[in-house]
Design a protein around this ligand. Structure first.
Ligand code: NAD
Ligand code: WQD
Length: 356
């Protein structure tokens, strides 16, 4: 990028909510590398400050100069007041939220309270301080069990569980906020299945407790923390009987946020627009296991189990809109995803925590 453009960007301050988390840390690092100033607000509910420290180190002088961390909760307006009164933000990337589907079924109030009230408070303070540009973490979950694939952004939306409903409601809220005040520019990014880690092996996904998602589970089997992988469903009408998803490298996802941010700054009539962030390719559970075994040299013992309730047979993204309008396309395939996930896992078998 031309140094003048980079210089100009250095003036731009981005607030990243949930910036200590899995996708947040990788995106903050790319933002710092691109010369943005970044403030994080995170309550460390599902993350640790060590992750932010590692991002600061990886970003070198940009990290020590341009990164601020605020321990705070979006449900607490005093925390938001403190952050917004200190810095004038040019845009917000909003990751903060709870994301475990099963937990959302057991604790719907917690999910509605955290994800909806947190976001409503954030929108209130953005409005109050005149920062009306937002990139929001939505999810492929808003497609429910799609009747046809690939999933296209103009499909009718439906949610299968309270977590999914928080994303669906928040998309609707964002559309209403923007409709009421056209000064708002909002991009809704619908992520498919984010996996992988930064190639340095210094940052990656570190779920608390037993992982819900496939890749962190495989990773914990590979390092000996769990004995075997339960493969949920082996009678799907797919080539090997296991379910198909669109896995996307977290580095590609982070780059997608930079592309969305640039689009927001450059487009005064973006309105409130949704984009898929996926690769457009489907991979089965068994193919993912084989790819991880190859990358790690470890055998992953599996147990074939019944289908997980609520799971779709096959989900993958249409990538045309993001490619055409954001100029963004995923670069990495499952080989790189497994290579980088294993690099992170082998260097940090217990995540950011020391071995208990
Ligand atoms: P994550 O849990 O690693 O990161 C979320 C961060 O938000 C955590 O650091 C957590 O401590 C923080 N947080 C939660 N509630 C907060 C609150 N009230 N105030 C302040 N901080 C709060 O999750 P992630 O995988 O990085 O996901 C980021 C976003 O992307 C989430 O909104 C998630 O729903 C969405 N998303 C994730 C996936 C996925 O599979 N990882 C897929 C689609 C969408
Ligand atoms: C992938 C495949 C499982 C674990 C979820 C959310 C979605 C989005 C991404 C946030 C499925 C199978 C899994 C295991 C397995 N998150 N599996 N054994 O369900 O596609 O999407 O994460 O927005 O909203 O629903 O991802 O990683 O849980 O599962 O066989 O131990 O792996 O059945 O076929 P999913 P996942």
């Amino acid at each position: 990028m031309a140094s003048e453009a980079k210089q100009q960007q250095q003036q731009q301050s981005i607030l990243v909510t949930g910036g200590a988390g899995f996708i947040g840390t990788h995106t903050v690092l790319q933002l710092l590398n691109e010369g943005f100033r970044v403030s994080i607000i995170d309550n460390l509910d599902n993350s640790v400050e060590e992750a932010v420290d590692r991002v600061r180190d990886l970003a070198g002088s940009n990290g020590s100069r341009n990164l601020q961390f605020h321990l705070g909760d979006l449900r607490n307006k005093d925390d938001l007041e403190k952050v917004f009164s200190q810095t004038r933000f040019d845009a917000v990337i909003h990751f903060a939220g709870l994301k475990a589907v099963g937990e959302s079924v057991a604790k719907p109030w917690l999910y509605y309270s955290n994800n909806l009230i947190g976001t409503l408070n954030l929108l209130e303070f953005m409005g109050k301080y005149g920062c009306k540009k937002m990139v929001f973490s939505s999810s492929a979950t808003v497609y429910g069990q799609p009747e046809t694939i690939p999933c296209v952004e103009n499909f009718q939306l439906k949610a299968m569980n309270p977590y999914g409903r928080t994303k669906l409601f928040l998309e609707e809220i964002a559309r209403d906020v923007q409709k009421a005040d056209p000064d708002w520019r909002i991009i809704l990014l619908r992520y498919f299945n984010p996996v992988g880690a930064h190639p340095s092996g210094q940052i990656g996904e570190d779920p608390k407790g037993i992982p819900n998602n496939l890749m962190p589970y495989i990773q914990q089997v590979a390092v000996g923390r769990l004995p075997e992988l339960n493969v949920f469903g082996h009678d799907y009408p797919t080539k090997d009987g296991s379910a198909i998803r669109d896995y996307i490298h977290v580095i590609d996802l982070a780059d997608g946020h930079i592309a969305a941010l640039r689009k927001i700054f450059a487009t005064d009539d973006i309105g409130c627009t949704a984009y898929n962030l996926g690769t457009g390719h489907g991979t089965s559970v068994l193919e993912m296991v084989a790819a991880f075994e190859k990358a790690s040299g470890k055998q992953i013992p599996i147990r074939l189990c019944p289908r997980r309730p609520g799971d779709a047979t096959a989900v993958f993204a249409s990538t045309e809109k993001a490619q055409k309008e954001l100029g963004w396309k995923a670069k990495y395939g499952i080989e790189e995803m497994c290579r980088d996930q294993w690099n992170w896992a082998s260097k940090n078998p217990w995540g950011y925590r020391p071995q208990p």
